[in-house]
Design a protein around this ligand. Structure first.
Ligand code: 8X3
Length: 252
């Protein structure tokens, strides 16, 4: 991994931030991308010369293009892209959900991830090396109440990743979908519009995964020999499991 250029989106917190640290600690040159500048400065000063912050909003069409186009070499030629930026907004039943929440999730989890992938793929294919690591979720496989659009956006990530594998067959470009369960991050707080008490309930009474657990998983996928491709990797805390089917029964 030494001196390899690694791009990480959503780098200012949680899994993204832990992933920046994991790759930088291994000697990679990490381009940490996020909206929150001070958080990126912290990472830069933790790993001087190894981490470079790039401030932009992945959902902002013109901003993201300008930010990437202005990148100098070697930062412009990533060996690894970790498509981590993503979020859930709301946990309402579909019939009560806010359109804005749905739209934001699709913009961030689907459109931005596809944009970032589209931006690096021609270069990776031409150099005949690279690795796309997309953050899916167990919610992309196992549906739960209130998670319809979030889960569907993550199912997209997983199917998109497999589709890329088909297209890239014959190239030395790897594609992996890492699909975590409950990880203690700002995820729940963002989902509940900043409500810290509600968010704390999500992780109460069991040991969730940590951002470092997933960063280690992502790093492991990237550091396997080049002929090994992890297609999909699902990770849950031991104390979380798919709940199976539920039935609504009338009392009568
Ligand atoms: C989030 C996973 O299990 O918290 O991506 O819904 S879970």
């Amino acid at each position: 991994m030494h001196d390899e250029v690694v791009w990480v989106t959503g780098a200012s917190a949680g899994i993204g931030q832990a992933t920046v640290r994991r790759f930088a600690a291994a000697g990679a040159k990490v381009l940490a991308m996020a909206r929150r500048e001070p958080r990126l400065h912290e990472l830069e000063s933790e790993f001087p010369g190894r981490v470079k912050g790039l401030v932009f909003d992945v959902t902002d069409e013109s901003g993201r293009e300008a930010a990437l186009n202005a990148l100098p070499s070697p930062w412009s030629e990533p060996a690894v892209l970790v498509n981590n930026a993503g979020a859930a907004f709301g946990l309402e039943l579909a019939q009560e959900a806010k359109w804005k929440d749905w739209q934001q999730m699709i913009d961030l989890n689907v459109t931005s991830l596809v944009f970032m992938t589209h931006a690096v793929l021609p270069g990776m294919a031409a150099r005949n090396r690279g690795h796309l690591i997309n953050l899916g979720s167990v919610a992309g496989t196992y549906p739960y109440k209130g998670g319809q659009v979030y889960g569907a956006s993550k199912a997209f990530v997983e199917q998109f990743s497999l589709g890329l594998r088909c297209d890239l067959l014959g190239k030395q470009v790897r594609v992996t979908s890492v699909e975590p369960g409950a990880v203690q991050t700002e995820f729940a707080q963002v989902r509940f519009g900043g409500d810290k008490d509600k968010a704390a309930q999500v992780y109460k009474g069991f040991q969730p995964l940590t951002p470092a657990d997933i960063a280690e998983t992502v790093f492991w996928c990237a550091s396997l020999p080049g002929h090994v491709n992890i297609n999909r990797l699902e990770v849950m805390p031991v104390m979380q499991a798919p709940a199976g089917f539920v039935w609504h029964r009338d009392d009568s």
